[in-house]
Design a protein. Structure first.
Length: 278
């Protein structure tokens, strides 16, 4: 089954010509955009996460708001940079947003792309462990997040809690059943696509894929997807994986006067084609 949706970076600028001049404008317009996309029949509303930029940065309040305003469309990210994330706190946020949406979250994760500042994750309190790269750290955070979404208890309960505890080790709450099957990895290489397949994550492949063989982009992307599907099958997962690809489309708004100027040109062009074929 094929689906189509949009991915928004949520840019804003205070320029006088901009219709999105503030963070509030971007957030509120993003909600309206998702509602309109659902009304038009689109399948997915996805948002990019960038830190230190005049763009969308904290996805879960936005996803929760969209979830409360819509009823059908899938809501997700492409992608959350896991170098910046506390995976346990993120699991709580994701669980809450997914429950508000009725189980429609589709969360794309990755180790991140070129950013606005040098090692911005350090200001968030994170640094790679000894022998790790920042990419390794991002994948480590992702694995912890993906694991706690199983909903299994792991934390030792306090013998004198403020509220009564259920028996056994405690898990994070709120837990949203099924969310773990809706986690995606944005893979920049064939190797990370295979890594994601082995773990059981869905695949997001985009124009940010690394040039690994000097072949045309579409061939490299197709090979990445084949490698992912092969690794998934070899891992023996019980469900079928999902794969998404993205392309950049620049939408242009035209005034009525501009459209009226184009109509005679189109009519003339059509007449010329008719004369050549008659």
């Amino acid at each position: 089954m094929k689906s189509i949706g949009f991915l928004s970076f949520g840019h804003w600028t205070p320029g006088s010509q901009s219709q999105t001049r503030s963070a509030a404008d971007t957030l509120l317009q993003s909600i309206d955009l998702a509602v309109a996309a659902e009304e038009l029949g689109a399948d997915g509303a996805y948002f990019r996460v960038h830190h230190y930029a005049r763009q969308l940065a904290s996805p879960f309040p936005l996803l929760a708001a969209i979830g409360a305003k819509t009823s059908r469309i899938e809501i997700g990210t492409a992608v959350i940079d896991m170098r910046y994330e506390n995976p346990l706190y993120m699991a709580e946020d994701a669980g809450a947003a997914d429950l508000i949406s009725g189980g429609r979250l589709q969360l794309g994760l990755s180790r991140g792309s070129p950013e606005q500042v040098i090692d911005g994750w350090r200001y968030f309190g994170y640094q790679p462990a000894e022998g790790e790269t920042d990419a390794d750290m991002g994948r480590r955070h992702a694995k912890v997040f993906f694991d706690v979404l199983r909903g299994q208890g792991f934390a030792q309960p306090n013998p004198r809690p403020m509220f009564p505890n259920p028996p056994g080790l405690l898990r994070l709450e709120p837990h949203s059943e099924g969310l773990r099957d809706r986690i995606w990895w944005g893979a920049g290489s064939n190797a990370t696509a295979i890594w994601a397949a082995k773990l059981g994550m869905n695949l997001q492949s985009s124009t940010l894929k690394n040039n690994e063989t000097s072949e045309p982009f579409h061939i490299q992307q197709a090979n990445q997807i084949r490698a992912y599907r092969s690794a998934w099958k070899e891992a023996g997962h019980q469900r079928s994986p999902r794969v998404s690809v993205s392309r950049s489309i620049m939408a242009r708004m035209m005034t009525r006067s501009a459209l009226s100027l184009q109509r005679p040109r189109r009519s003339s062009a059509a007449a010329m084609r008719a004369s050549r074929t008659s």
